[in-house]
Design a protein around this ligand. Sequence first.
Ligand code: IMP
Length: 424
Amino acid sequence: MAVDLLLGLQWGDEGKGKIVDVLTSNYNIIARFQGGPNAGHTLVFNGKKHVLHTIPSGIFHQNATNLVGNGVVIDPVIFKKELDKLEEQDVDYRKTLVISRKAHIILPTHRLLDAASEASKGKAKIGSTLKGIGPTYMDKTGRNGIRVGDLELSDWKERYRALANKHESMIAFYNVNVEYNLAELEKEFFEAIEVLKSLTFIDSEEYIYQAQKAGQSILAEGAQGSLLDIDFGTYPFVTSSNTTAAGACTGLGVSPNQIGEVIGIFKAYTTRVGSGPFPTELFDKDGETMAQVGREFGATTGRSRRCGWLDLIALKYACQVNGVTQLMMMKGDVLSGFETLKICTAYKYKGEIIHHFPYNIEPQNVQPIYTEFKGWSEDLTQMSNASEFPKPLNDYIEFIEKELEIPISVVSVGPDRKQTIFRK
Ligand code: IMP
């Protein structure tokens, strides 16, 4: 069976976790393919909120296997905390959670390096979540990293020590003030490693191959968003992995011709957390309303998210790069009450009108051109069927579908599992 992909089309925080949770009953395996604890996937059901960082969002379903792929970077300390939370909820993850031996491990010194690198950049900082993501992927591509499978080898601690020593000299080289007590950090790290080692490690590409052959259905779960992709995002204000569809192939060992549906998740407006250009960003009352009504605070860092109108030029670019076959629009409910809504349908780029996503999208190069829409005042959060949607919402949805030439199959009208409306 083909592997379906689910990924974010903006700058992350689109609501991927919620949709994976909703769709898990249709799949045998949920497989995370990139990123690490920089992600915060929020799920709400039975009146409770759950935030996952590294563990796939299908973990609350007993019948699905949750696979952490080779493209993921794992911080054992954060991973252990996630497991502790699952235990508190009586989630029996031991039989359903498996980890690729080829996934890389985030060391305590990777986190410190992240902090030192950001501090050294001053105003030009990326706005990283400081979870050690960049330094860990740097060690992966630099061929120095420590992988989950290495924990089964007798000499891994010597390799750990050599790498941690090297990191310490790199931290000193940055010559910024990063205070730390490595002995303390290592204590919790090695304790967490023991917990990690008690889980099931697998050769995940073989596992997925055999599962596919046996007719099992697989959903690959992305983290962050397409505009944070290391190649196609707003570089250098991006994360350090391929968040786009190709990342699922390399992050799981699935060949491109095995990909089925590509489900693109987007918010009805746009948000961004951290630094970097954002053409449709709002600095007025409308932006504040989106932030307040949409509770736009990061699930991982608690930072406020920047808010703005939907950017169809950026969205079209993300759909192209990913080969999106169906769209799901999140947080439609947050737009209730705006008299007028705007969608960016072109950029003024260095004085010219363009309809594609150019190399430079900084404010001095790009100004958004908007198409206006009549808003709606109805509260969507109690609706359970698309037939209840007000006409202006249908107009908004249909305009996006027409421009992108891709159907919107789901509109989410609230954070709860139940507030998910299937259109077609
Ligand atoms: P890093 O991946 O933690 O180094 O962060 C790099 C950039 O990506 C920063 O602007 C972060 O705010 C952003 N970022 C990383 N992970 C997420 C996420 O899960 N959601 C939204 N933004 C993210």
